[in-house]
Write a protein that binds this ligand. Sequence first.
Ligand SMILES: Cc1cc2nc3c(=O)[nH]c(=O)nc-3n(C[C@H](O)[C@H](O)[C@H](O)COP(=O)(O)O)c2cc1C
Ligand code: SF4
Ligand code: SF4
Length: 253
Amino acid sequence: MKALILYFSGTGNTKYVANLFSQALSAKGVSVQTRSIEEPQPIEPGYDFLVVGCPKYYEYPAMFLLQYLRKALPAAQQQTPTLAFCTQASAVKTDFTGLAKILQQKNHELQVTQFFTIANDLMFFGGFAPTPAQEAQTNREKAAQAVPGLVETFLAGQRQTEKIAPFLRPVYHAVAAGCTATMPLFAMKYAASDACIGCGLCAKSCPKSNIQMVEKRPEFGKNCIFCTRCINLCPAHAILYGGKQYPQYVCRG
Ligand SMILES: Cc1cc2nc3c(=O)[nH]c(=O)nc-3n(C[C@H](O)[C@H](O)[C@H](O)COP(=O)(O)O)c2cc1C
Ligand code: SF4
Ligand code: SF4
């Protein structure tokens, strides 16, 4: 049996959990291919199980992943059992119904859903405090304990999906759609300080090719999905938001 794990991870939390799924599926004798949606190759059909993962952005699975699946996931010849997960800062349940619809159109059946509280990587929005390092570590350990059980449930063909109050679904969706659409405006607040050493790592790492190096300084375009990768990975801690420096989040998974 073959499984494909597709994920988007801005700062490493989702990649960490995707690797946990890879290990747990392999331990059950499943042949696993794990890949980020940033890899350009088309998806090869022929897998028996699909696992998809992404961060939660604005109370919803990252729309970047949803857009990718709409465009790049081929319709399966046979209905394919699928597991979806989100990583997030909070312990608020995640609504996977929009994702389930896209998958259904591609003959994939969302059988198991799960959110994992890991840590906050969005350090520059006031109401959203950084997760203490010890708490983040405990959350990663909890995820490592939970994943093998989820894989057992999934491979056994059982259903385990999180239930969201129906009246909340359109609210979550509207918030996420609105915030995703206005992101490019917020992202214009990124700028590099004089501490920049011109290494170009931010530009090379941006999943949307939204950063151009001009005279050894990054310039930010209008295509940002606000994944926070650039600001968190800069080795010189030189990317400012709204003119201010914030602590960096590093996933130590
Ligand atoms: C733009 C943005 C919006 C976010 N919105 C939420 C949210 O609504 N709820 C939440 O719990 N975490 C939220 N987070 C935190 C991320 O979901 C969390 O840090 C996630 O694990 C990051 O995954 P990654 O490291 O794979 O990119 C947000 C982070 C970003 C960058
Ligand atoms: S990663 Fe940091 S130091 Fe390197 S070019 Fe970007 S802003 Fe400058
Ligand atoms: S410019 Fe935007 S999309 Fe690119 S790495 Fe930075 S936050 Fe992510």
